[in-house]
Design a protein around this ligand. Structure first.
Ligand SMILES: [Zn+2]
Length: 203
């Protein structure tokens, strides 16, 4: 799966939890869900998480962006050489331990990072290559569906996930705020149309 699909999947799961239970991360927690959902691919040698500079492109100067990417890529290549892709860093037990540790040490960001991490591995489990779902008990990669990374099917799934996030986000806005937005929006629209008519008559 590509980085953006991993992020979309983890965010959909988090928005779903919020929708069902009312429990949601704070801003730091949301960032940890995103980072956790990209983190396991540090073993891929060139994935989104290996380019931290590009991730923060709009916030930092260009030279720092290139330096951060160079460091990230070199770490990622070493990790891949030592551990292999979709091996140790794709063990679900790592993410589960982070969630458990987050609760145990009362460290919410760690728990949300682990939550994003687990959803990354579940995402890889849904690709044809699969993921080592019950390692280290059994080393075999298990796969649940024949979707290929970067395929048309994956892009369709990603689009559906972003649509779900958007709908649940809009629905989570309090009713009064939504009503206020729609009345203010339509009043502004009418005003704009009237001004346009006046301008046309004047011309
Ligand atoms: Zn992965």
């Amino acid at each position: 799966m590509t980085g953006s699909t991993h992020v979309a999947l983890a965010l959909t799961a988090t928005v779903g939890v919020k929708w069902l239970t009312g429990f949601e991360p704070n801003l730091a927690g949301w960032s940890c869900v995103v980072l956790g959902s990209l983190a396991p691919d540090i073993d891929a040698g060139g994935s989104t998480i290996s380019r931290p500079g590009s991730l923060a492109r709009k916030l930092i100067p260009n030279w720092l962006c290139r330096a951060a990417d160079a460091i990230g890529l070199s770490i990622s290549r070493k990790v891949r050489r030592i551990f292999g892709h979709r091996k140790f860093f794709h063990w679900p037990i790592l993410g589960i331990s982070m969630i458990y540790g987050g609760f145990y040490f009362n460290n919410e960001p760690l728990a949300w990072f682990g939550w994003g991490y687990v959803w990354h591995i579940l995402g890889d489990f849904c690709t044809v290559r699969g993921a080592p779902m019950i390692s280290p008990l059994w080393w075999k990669d298990l796969s649940w569906s024949p979707i290929r990374t970067g395929s048309k099917e994956e892009h369709i799934i990603e689009a559906v996930l972003w649509a779900i996030i958007l709908i649940l986000f809009v629905l989570s806005i309090p009713l009064e705020t939504r009503e206020w937005l729609s009345t203010t929006g339509s009043a502004l629209w009418t005003e704009a149309l009237e001004t346009w008519q006046k301008a046309r008559n004047w011309i």
